[in-house]
Design a protein around this ligand. Structure first.
Ligand code: HEM
Length: 460
C-alpha cells in the first residue's frame, strides 16, 4: 500500500455519450479538453475514449505515486507484439519499450548523456547553431517560420552530436516524414475508430511511405558506419559496440534501428518545440526580451557561447525553464496499471490508462503564484515550485528523460547564440498550441528576423 499523504475523490467527467464516451471533444481539441476538464472538475478525473477508460491526474502527490513510488506498477502502454501509437514509428526503442529490454538498453545509452560529455557536446551544438544561423542572413528583415527553423536546427544538432553526420540535405523530407508519422501515431492511439494499418487507405499508404524513408535513412546510417569502420565515440558507436553481459550478443538490426530512430525523433522534436515557444514568449513579453538581450550581450561580448557561459546566463536559463512550464513539450505522460492498485485513495483496475497532466500541473494555482503569467524571475528568486512534482517537463522516476542534461544545455545555449544576433518579433496574430504527442504551435510561428547591431566575433 503506497504511503500517500493526500486522499483524492475521483470525479467522472460529465458528458460521456454511449460507446464513444468523450471521444468527440478529445479528438477535436485534446489539450483544451484535458485542461478544461481539470479546471472544472479537479485533480483526479476519469473519462472514456471509446472502450478505453483514462484517469487524468493533475496533482503532485498523484504524480509521485504513479511515476516514482509505484513506478513498477505503472508500465508503458506499448506491446511489441501488437504495436500501436508511437510504437508504430519508434518500434521497441527506449521511449516505448518496457521490462528487461528497456533496462538493458537504458544502461547502454545512458553513458552518452553523462554530464562529463556535455562540454564537448555543447561545442558541437554551438558549431551547428552558428552554421545554421549563418544561413539566415539572406532572410534578415523578413519573416520566417521559427517553429520550422527550430525543428531543422535541433535535427541537425542531434544528427551531429549523436550520429556524427549531417542531415541537411534530407531535412525537408525528414521533417515531413516525422510530422506525418507522429500525427498518425497520435490519432491511432487516441482514436478507437482509427482503421488498422493493413487497410489500404490513402492515409495508411502515406504512413508506410514515410516510414520506408525513415527506415532507409536509419539503416543507411548503420551500414555506412559499419562499412567505414571509423569510430566517433558517439551514440552510434555505443549502440554498435554494445554486447549482452551474459550471451555476448550485440543488438539486432531491428533494435539498432529502433534506438537510433528513437533518439533521433525524441532528441529534436521536444527541444525544437521548447525553443519555438520560448521565442514566442519572449516576443510577447518585451521587458523579458530586453533583459534577456542585455544578459546575453554582457556575458558573451559578441562570442559564441559555450557550457561555461551557461552559469553566467541565469536569466536565459530561467526564460527556458519558464517556457517549459507554460508550454511543456510533453504535456501529458501516459502509463498503464499493470495490476489492481490504489493511488491517493483512488482505486485503479489492472489495465487502467493513466494520464499525468503535466500541462495542468504546471499551471496549478495551488502550487504557482500567477500561474498563467510568463515570469522567468520566479526561477531566480526563492519562489521555486513548492512541491517537487509540480514541475516535470522531463518526467519523473526511472523513465524520466534520458536527455535532460543535453536539453538543459542545448536550450539556453541556442537561445543565447541566436539572441545575440537577432531580435525575433512576432509577425502573426494568433498562435495556437496543438497537442500531438508533443505540444506544437498549430500553424507554426511567423517571426520577423531583425538583426541586432551588437559586436559579433565569429567562430574560428
Ligand atoms: C526540452 C527537451 C525535452 C523534453 C521536454 C523532454 C521530455 C521528456 C519526457 C517528459 C520524457 C518522459 C516520458 C514518459 O515518462 O513517458 C522523456 C523521455 C525520453 N527522452 Fe526526452 N525530452 C527532451 C529532450 C530530449 C533529448 C535531447 C533526448 C535525446 C537526445 C531525449 C530522449 C528521450 C528518451 C530516449 C526518453 C525515454 C527515456 C526512457 O524511458 O528511459 N529527450 N523526455
Amino acid at each position: 500500500m503506497p504511503d500517500s499523504v493526500s486522499s483524492f475523490t475521483l470525479v467522472d467527467v460529465p458528458g460521456a455519450v454511449p460507446l464513444l464516451g468523450h471521444l468527440q471533444a478529445f479528438k477535436t481539441r485534446p489539450l483544451e479538453s484535458l485542461s478544461t476538464w481539470w479546471r472544472q472538475h479537479g485533480d483526479a478525473l476519469r473519462f472514456r475514449l471509446g472502450r478505453k477508460t483514462y484517469y487524468l491526474f493533475s496533482h503532485p502527490d498523484l504524480v509521485e505515486d504513479t511515476l516514482v513510488k509505484q513506478s513498477d506498477r505503472f508500465v508503458k502502454v506499448y506491446d511489441p507484439r501488437r504495436p500501436h501509437g508511437l510504437a508504430l514509428v519508434l518500434g521497441n526503442g527506449l521511449v516505448t519499450s518496457s521490462g528487461e529490454v528497456w533496462k538493458r538498453h537504458r544502461r547502454i545509452i545512458q553513458p552518452i548523456f553523462h554530464r562529463s560529455r556535455m562540454a564537448a557536446m555543447a561545442d558541437r551544438m554551438a558549431q551547428v547553431g552558428e552554421q545554421r544561423v549563418a544561413t539566415w542572413e539572406t532572410h534578415a528583415g523578413r519573416t520566417i517560420d521559427i517553429a520550422a527553423e527550430m525543428m531543422q536546427l535541433a535535427l541537425e544538432v542531434i544528427s551531429q552530436t549523436m550520429f556524427t553526420t549531417s542531415m541537411t540535405q534530407h531535412i525537408d523530407r525528414i521533417s515531413h516524414s516525422l510530422r506525418v508519422s507522429i500525427k498518425y501515431a497520435f490519432d491511432s492511439f487516441s482514436n478507437p475508430l482509427f482503421l488498422p494499418l493493413w487497410v489500404p487507405t490513402a492515409r495508411n499508404r502515406e504512413f508506410r511511405t514515410v516510414m520506408q524513408f525513415m527506415d532507409g535513412l536509419m539503416y543507411g546510417l548503420l551500414a555506412e558506419r559499419r562499412q567505414s569502420g571509423a569510430t566517433h565515440d558517439d551514440l552510434l558507436d555505443l549502440l554498435l559496440q554494445a554486447r549482452d553481459e551474459e550471451t555476448g550478443e550485440g543488438l539486432s538490426d531491428q533494435e539498432l534501428r529502433d534506438e537510433a530512430l528513437t533518439i533521433f525523433a525524441a532528441g529534436h522534436e521536444t527541444t525544437a518545440n521548447a525553443l519555438a515557444w520560448t521565442w514566442y514568449l519572449l516576443a510577447t513579453h518585451p521587458d523579458a526580451k530586453a533583459r534577456f538581450h542585455e544578459e546575453v550581450d554582457r556575458v558573451l561580448q559578441g562570442r559564441t557561447p559555450n557550457t561555461d557561459d551557461l552559469q553566467h546566463l541565469p536569466y536565459t536559463r530561467a526564460v527556458f525553464d519558464e517556457s517549459l512550464r507554460l508550454y511543456p513539450p510533453v504535456p501529458a505522460v501516459v502509463r498503464k496499471a499493470a495490476t489492481i492498485t490504489t493511488v491517493g485513495g483512488v482505486s485503479l483496475p489492472a489495465g487502467a490508462f493513466v494520464l499525468v497532466g503535466t500541462y495542468n500541473l504546471h499551471r496549478h494555482p495551488a502550487f504557482w503564484t500567477n500561474p498563467e503569467q510568463f515570469l522567468p524571475e520566479r526561477w531566480l528568486d526563492s519562489e521555486r515550485p513548492a512541491a517537487r512534482y509540480a514541475y516535470l517537463p522531463f518526467g519523473a522516476g526511472p523513465r524520466a528523460c534520458v536527455g535532460i542534461h543535453f536539453a538543459s544545455v542545448e536550450g539556453p545555449l541556442l537561445l543565447a547564440l541566436i539572441g545575440r544576433r537577432y531580435d525575433l518579433q512576432l509577425a502573426q496574430e494568433r498562435v495556437e498550441p496543438q497537442l500531438m504527442v508533443t505540444l506544437r504551435p498549430k500553424a507554426g510561428i511567423r517571426m520577423l528576423l531583425q538583426p541586432r547591431h551588437v559586436p559579433v566575433v565569429s567562430l574560428s
